[in-house]
Design a protein around this ligand. Structure first.
Ligand SMILES: O=c1ccn([C@@H]2O[C@H](COP(=O)(O)O)[C@@H](O)[C@H]2O)c(=O)[nH]1
Ligand SMILES: O=P(O)(O)OP(=O)(O)O
Ligand SMILES: [Mg+2]
Length: 209
């Protein structure tokens, strides 16, 4: 069974307060989402395996550890997931990036696909799906479904804010997927927005509303 990890580090909680605030403008919002993503990357990579190599310090030869050659892929769900890519790439510069474009139909709240471009060797990579918001779980399960259909086996989902409904949906549809979140909020409202949440993450990142 996949795990649900809540990253409640004080630095993350502090930054979360400011992205929730409706008076935070797009520039600051983007910077904070990037910083939160970078902090989340530390925990998401905690299970990476290490190997020992021999190096020489200015003093002597010694053995020391490096991360074993892991092929990684970041998969932001457009548009909102784009805000998390740079922060993750700061920590994981060798990762390739695939993009899945989805928007939510405003009436049905179901995800509609409009773009998909993934690294060719997606099946050989450990994948990290990025979307700041996990609301009904429709977008995340659709994105994970595309990746699995193309052979992906090891997938982690990283969201900044999640609703309990979205977590349940991902857990029940893909029990093998680990979910990392900074906050599990209270509920969804009648428009399937997270309460208290932060509004529409795509609009807040790109100033489209
Ligand atoms: O409060 C919210 C809720 C959703 N979003 C956007 O929608 C999708 C996730 O919604 P699902 O219902 O889980 O499919 C996400 O990609 C966000 O872009 C939001 O911004 N704010
Ligand atoms: O999921 P949506 O409809 O909010 O899409 P976007 O991330 O482009 O705002
Ligand atoms: Mg949006």
């Amino acid at each position: 069974m996949g795990k649900v990890v809540v990253l409640d580090h004080p630095l993350i909680k502090h930054k979360l307060t400011f992205i929730r605030d409706k008076n935070t403008g797009a520039k600051e919002f983007r910077e904070l989402v990037k910083e939160i993503s970078m902090l989340m990357a530390y925990e998401v990579t905690r299970d990476f395996t290490l190997e020992e190599i021999e190096i020489e310090t200015p003093i002597c030869k010694t053995k020391s550890q490096i991360i074993s050659g892991k092929k990684l892929g970041l998969v932001p769900v457009l548009r909102a997931g784009l805000g998390m890519v740079d922060g993750m790439l700061n920590i994981l510069p060798a990762a390739k990036v695939g993009h899945i474009g989805l928007y939510r139909d405003p009436k049905t709240f179901k995800p509609v696909e409009y773009f998909c471009k993934l690294p060719q060797d997606i099946g050989e990579r450990d994948l990290i799906v990025l979307d700041p918001m996990l609301a009904t779980g429709g977008s995340a399960t659709a994105a994970i479904g595309f990746l699995k259909k193309r052979g992906a086996q090891n997938i982690k989902l990283v969201n900044i804010i999640a609703a309990p409904e979205g977590i349940e949906k991902v857990k029940s549809t893909y029990p093998d997927v680990d979910i990392y979140v900074a906050s599990i909020d209270e509920k969804l409202n009648e428009h399937a927005y997270i309460v208290p949440g932060l509004g529409d993450a795509g609009d807040r990142l790109f100033g489209t509303k």
